[in-house]
Design a protein around this ligand. Structure first.
Ligand code: NOJ
Ligand code: CA
Length: 687
């Protein structure tokens, strides 16, 4: 009996001990790995038995020695008496193609260093793990890999001990993570030195005080783990610590070895404009597991949606019910007539009556209200060549959703429906776990996999933050996960301030596409509600031209024309929404300052046309933009949608001047933006 119990550990112990002995002499020497261009360098070192990494760029410290390790419930922390037992290195340089995206081709070029460590005490069974670093020209990713081992089988992580010890009290643009209610990401951003931050969501964007480096901390490939927030030691130091979203009992992650964590990522750039499009997280996700992705198609869509937010329609049944068969057909006709690919219908299914946020278990995902004939609407949409986007609000009732998911998705599939917008308006799971904890990470992954099985594309609201899932599952297309247009309809703060989208571009949008739902033309929300709103009431706090520019600036493969169809009728500016592409070959950020302005140019996928979007905060600005990104020697026509005379988000938001001009790669474009304004340009080959 004793033989059996000890046979396995002893056999393991022998090679381990030899490896430790061999490594001891070298263990004192720091291990280093640099990016292919040599500018970013990670150093790994054991000091007093603890494992630290640090990060330099051009020889300047970005992260000072920062701790690695875990604390467990019911077991000693995996942090002390560590010794390096093994290292391995490799270089990867490959380029892969996205089925859709902000750019078609992505280069994954990095140097990898694997550092394996083991506890030298308690003897004889030192627990062990490996930290894998991948260093790219645009940043660093690292993760823990914990192999199966006798001393570490099942575990409960009470804390991940990872630190990010910032060398500089960088300026951060951030949203907190410790709000007691509505534990979501739908907040306005603050800007402050990082040292005053208590708790923060990622991606966390920072600029060093000397303005030389932009740093974004985030994570990639979150599969079966809790979402990472960052906790600061307010006013004490500049060290941010991983703070995982908890279960109700305070534990963070339940698992068993072998086990890998998500990647912790630190994106680096010299200029804010070099941060986007961000591909670091995509490169750290596994390639697509879907054999056939031809059914996954970016599109623009309209929806029975804004009416509910401005109060002219209801999700629930009754005289103002939005999701009627007749209404849905009207939207489908509108989409078909204007070349928009999809129609979203919210409030079609039983469960909205009463307090739908509390009644999370009341939702049926198959049974329609009596005035909505799902099969007939699906048939009508198919006949018109329009995709019907099915809405699945769960109110966070994930058990209720998972119970119905297979049969609901099978029904949608049988009706030819291949897109879902889901929603998770909630604070906590029914068991009281964090909305962002391991339970929800598992749920979201299950939904993505089930949707893939039934050939369904996803647009998730109140989602887990994006950690690059779309590379592995390209049906995971867009999400909300930030404060979108809906706040302009009802927020007690009066809507989103004019600077909001100029911050979103450099923060939330760095983790992935956002279903912001741009394109409100009835800026003062007068129509249907009877009277224009005052500036202190909820209203859209942009000019109309800026609404157009958002189609280019805020990337989403599912891009909504969010206003009521009647608000687009007889509006010449609507032509831009009809024309703008939703899938891109190339993206160039031409100018930008976080919180002030952004100018982006993108070339459509499989076509020669470029689109340019420029937005500003509450200040008027003008720019002179060289069009050198155009193909030399080719003649183009620029169709320009600019803020009109006297335009101002506050006093005069509607004027748009539409003009046409012949341009070439040698031309310059004058971009004048009104306060809270924007400009949208289509640059197509001259005929
Ligand atoms: C919040 C979503 O963001 C919004 O788009 C949706 O209309 C409501 N929830 C209802 O599901
Ligand atoms: Ca929302």
């Amino acid at each position: 009996m004793w033989m059996r119990r000890w046979a396995c550990p002893l056999a393991l112990l022998v090679p381990l001990v030899t490896a430790v002995a061999a490594a001891t002499a070298a263990a004192q020497a720091p291990l280093r790995v640099a990016s292919p261009d040599g500018r970013n360098e990670v150093t790994v070192q054991v000091r007093d038995g603890r494992l630290y990494y640090s990060l330099q760029r051009d020889g300047r410290a970005i992260l000072l020695p920062s701790l690695l390790g875990f604390a467990f419930r019911g077991a000693a922390p995996l942090r002390d008496s560590l010794q390096v037992t093994d290292t391995a290195r490799q270089t990867v340089d490959e380029t892969w193609t996205q089925p859709w995206g902000e750019v078609a081709r992505v280069r994954d070029h990095h140097n990898e260093l694997r550092v394996s460590v083991a506890e030298t005490a308690p003897a004889p069974l030192g627990r062990r793990f490996t930290v894998v670093f991948r260093v790219f020209n645009d940043g660093v990713g690292f993760r823990y890999e914990v192999p199966a081992q006798p001393g570490l089988g099942e575990f409960e992580i009470s804390d991940e001990l990872t630190e990010f010890a910032l060398a500089d009290d960088a300026r951060a643009w951030w949203i907190p993570s410790n709000r007691p209610r509505l534990d979501r990401s739908e907040m306005l951003y603050s800007s402050s030195p990082v040292s005053v931050i208590d708790s923060v969501q990622t991606p966390l964007t920072m600029e060093t005080r000397d303005g030389r480096t932009f740093i974004v901390i985030h994570e990639a490939n979150l599969v079966d783990y809790a979402r990472m927030f960052l906790a600061g030691a307010r006013m004490q130091d500049r060290t941010l610590r991983a703070a995982l979203a908890p279960y109700a009992d305070g534990t963070k992650v339940h698992g068993r070895t072998p086990f890998v964590t998500p990647w912790r990522t630190i994106q680096l750039a010299d200029r804010a404009t070099d941060l986007a499009p961000s591909v670091l997280g995509l490169n750290l996700n596994p390639p697509s597991v879907l054999q056939n992705t031809s059914w996954i198609k970016p599109m623009k869509y309209v929806g029975i949606w804004w009416g509910m937010h401005i109060g002219t329609m209801t999700w629930s049944s009754g005289p103002k019910h939005g999701a009627t068969t007749a209404n849905a057909k009207r939207y489908i006709d509108f989409a078909a007539a204007n070349g928009l690919g999809g129609v979203l219908v919210e409030g079609w299914n039983v469960g909205w009556d009463g307090d739908w946020i509390q009644n999370r278990n009341a939702f049926s995902f198959t049974q329609a209200y009596a005035d909505y004939d799902l099969a007939e609407v699906a048939r009508y949409a198919r006949a018109k060549g329009v995709k019907l986007i099915v809405h699945n609000e769960t109110s966070g009732g994930i058990e209720n959703y998972e119970r119905q998911m297979d049969s609901a998705f099978a029904l949608y599939h049988s009706l030819g429906l291949d897109a879902i917008k889901s929603g998770y308006v909630t604070d906590l799971t029914s068991a009281g776990d964090s909305h962002y904890g391991q339970v929800m990470a598992r749920h979201y992954r299950r939904v993505i996999e089930t949707a893939a099985k039934y050939g369904i594309m996803l647009d998730v609201h109140e989602p887990m933050h994006d950690t690059g899932e779309r590379r592995t599952y390209p049906n995971m297309m867009s999400r909300e996960g930030a404060r979108g247009q809906e706040y302009n309809a009802w927020s007690s703060e009066g809507g989103n301030p004019p600077e909001h989208e100029t911050i979103l571009f450099f923060t939330r949008l760095l983790d992935g596409p956002m279903d912001f739902t741009p394109g409100i033309f009835d800026i003062l929300i007068a129509r249907g509600t009877g009277r224009p709103r005052r500036p202190d009431e909820p209203r859209v706090r942009t000019t109309l031209a800026k609404q157009l520019a958002l189609y280019v600036v805020l990337y989403s493969p599912l891009q909504m024309a969010a206003d009521l169809p009647e608000n687009y009728e007889h509006q010449p500016a609507f032509q831009f929404i009809r024309d703008v592409a939703v899938d891109w070959d190339t993206t160039r950020v031409l100018a930008g300052k976080i919180g002030d302005y952004v100018i982006v140019a993108r070339r459509e996928r499989n076509g020669p046309s470029w689109f340019l979007g420029a937005i500003t905060d509450e200040e008027a600005r003008s720019f002179d933009i060289p069009l050198s990104f155009l193909t030399p020697g080719r003649a183009y026509v620029a169709e320009i949608y600019a803020d009109g005379p006297g335009a101002n988000w506050l006093t005069n938001p509607l004027p748009v001047t539409i003009s046409r001009r012949r341009v070439t790669a040698g031309s310059r474009l004058h971009v004048a933006l009104a306060p809270g304004g924007g400009q949208a340009v289509r640059i197509r080959p001259a005929r």
